[in-house]
Design a protein around this ligand. Structure first.
Ligand code: GBH
Length: 477
């Protein structure tokens, strides 16, 4: 029954968990229903329609605000152990702070959570998946140190409200998109150009906000609620473009540290990654600055942030090739990192230009995470494939299958402690600035239909069979 001793292990152990994910802004709609206030994404898409593919927005999206019962039915069909979704901060706290709680918003999530529990699906809840209340943005957002309190208080409220039923919490999803994309490269809202200063400042406060929330959970809730809480960092695998060349190997290490390690190091090991400190401090000096562009953590801060995790949440989609970039460029995180990234034209593509199919990269990444971060328990919190929405989505099946295979291999060959896999996404949804063009769903959503009709795809049936059989082929020979 089990392919024991036949090379690649094909079967997942019974305690390995499977899930499926979404996020609030990408699916809910109901953007101003029942007292919800604007998030920075609402503001951005309304004021800059031209910056979103096809001028679309997520005012209605999948209309999950009115269809969560149907969503739960779909999740149930998959047979997953858990559903990863996010709470909309401005739906719960329209003014951003806990002075006023929007009961209608709370009720929406209460019903969803109760409904999941009733169907034996564990909720895995992300507190922040990019939709900051606009009112907090108006007060500086992540550049105001008060974000640490705002977020901590919002987190505490959520633990109070939902913590009896929610046992897995995630503070921030992909801090890179908030800090580097939002306050550095200015591609995502609030689109502030950071010039190698603000993206680091944002990261500094975000890490403190994460840590304070972890401490609140640890001290005030853990004993009674018995759950766990961590952060989710997105990693691409960085492969040296030239193997066995120290310059290229160093470029890859710098790339992964500046793009991802910077959000994990303080939490899992303490302080910024060494290479980030070295490079930014040195470059700041050369620029004639008396203070580094990278905020320095005090010893107290390092101690307070270190260890604020219960598992390692990682989103993985793709890989890049690293090339050293010795040309000194103006300040900015992409220049500080001293390397460039490319993707090989030989790699199989997907609907999204940035997404190339590289399961081998996940295998290498899992080994790297084990070795770099002291062998933490790893949960793959997102992994998925985009296309144009076909129902016979064999390429998505192949993508998921290949990634599940390497997870088994990494467990077996390197002893990596990966305990769960989350498919992104339950259904086609608002893919940020790409609008509804790139489809990641296991279910198709018809966005031209006022009912937002959902249709099951072949990949959903495949995933269901994997979960049922616990084998990547969907059956165990
Ligand atoms: C995740 O981001 C997100 O958590 C999720 O919300 C999203 O739907 C999903 O993955 C699929 O994208 O436009 O060329 O500048 C994954 C990381 C970050 C990859 C933003 C694409 C933009 C590339 N994504 N990035 S580009």
């Amino acid at each position: 029954l089990i392919a024991e001793g036949q090379g690649t292990p094909k079967r997942f152990p019974d305690d390995f968990k499977f899930g499926v994910a979404t996020s609030s802004y990408q699916i809910e709609g109901g953007w101003n229903d029942d007292g919800k206030s604007e998030s920075i994404w609402d503001r951005y898409v309304h004021e800059n329609p031209g910056r979103i593919y096809n001028k679309s927005n997520a005012d209605i999206a999948c209309d999950s605000y009115h269809k969560s019962d149907e969503d739960v039915e779909m999740i149930k069909t998959l047979g997953v152990d858990y559903y990863r979704f996010s709470l909309s901060w401005p739906r719960i706290l329209p003014y951003g702070t806990t002075d006023y709680v929007n009961q209608k918003g709370v009720e929406y999530y209460r019903n969803l959570i109760k409904n999941l529990k009733k169907n034996n699906i564990e909720p895995m809840v992300t507190l922040f998946h990019w939709d900051l209340p606009q009112t907090l943005q108006d007060r500086g957002g992540f550049l105001n140190e008060k974000i640490v309190e705002w977020f901590r208080d919002y987190a505490r409220l959520c633990f109070q409200l939902f913590g009896d039923d929610v046992k897995t919490w995630i503070t921030f999803n992909e801090p890179k998109q908030t800090c580097m994309m939002g306050y550095g490269l200015a591609i995502f809202p609030p689109r502030v150009s950071g010039h190698g200063i603000l993206e680091y400042k944002c990261t500094y406060y975000l890490l403190k906000a994460h840590a304070e929330s972890w401490h609140v959970y640890n001290e005030e809730f853990r004993q009674r609620q018995k759950g766990r809480i961590s952060i989710v960092v997105d990693f691409s695998w960085w492969e040296p473009m030239v193997a066995n060349n120290t310059m290229f190997i160093a470029a890859a290490e710098s790339g992964i540290q500046f793009m991802s390690g910077i959000y994990a190091n303080a939490i899992y090991l303490g302080d910024w990654p060494e290479i980030v400190k070295q490079r930014v401090n040195e470059r700041s000096r050369k620029e004639g600055k008396t203070v580094s562009r990278l905020p320095a953590f005090t010893e107290e801060e390092i101690a307070r942030i270190r260890g604020t995790y219960d598992f390692f949440g990682v989103n993985f989609y793709t890989s890049v090739l690293a090339v050293p970039n010795p040309i000194p460029l103006p300040s900015g995180i992409l220049n500080d990192r001293g390397c460039l990234s490319f993707q090989s034209p030989k790699w199989e593509g997907a609907g999204s230009i940035w997404l190339k199919v590289t399961p081998w990269g996940l295998k290498k990444l899992l080994k790297y995470l084990k070795e770099t971060y002291n062998n933490p328990e790893i949960i793959i919190t997102e992994n998925g494939y985009s296309d144009t929405g076909e129902l016979e989505d064999d390429k998505r099946i192949s993508y998921i299958k290949q990634h599940l295979e390497v997870i088994l291999e990494a467990r077996e060959e390197f002893g990596v402690n990966v305990t769960a896999y989350t498919a992104w996404s339950l259904m086609d949804n608002f893919e940020w600035i790409i609008g509804y063009r790139d489809r990641f769903g296991l279910y198709h959503v018809d966005f031209t239909d006022p009912e937002r009709k959902r249709t099951i795809k072949k990949s959903a049936l495949y995933y269901r069979d994997v979960i049922k059989s616990r084998c990547v082929d969907g059956k165990c020979e």
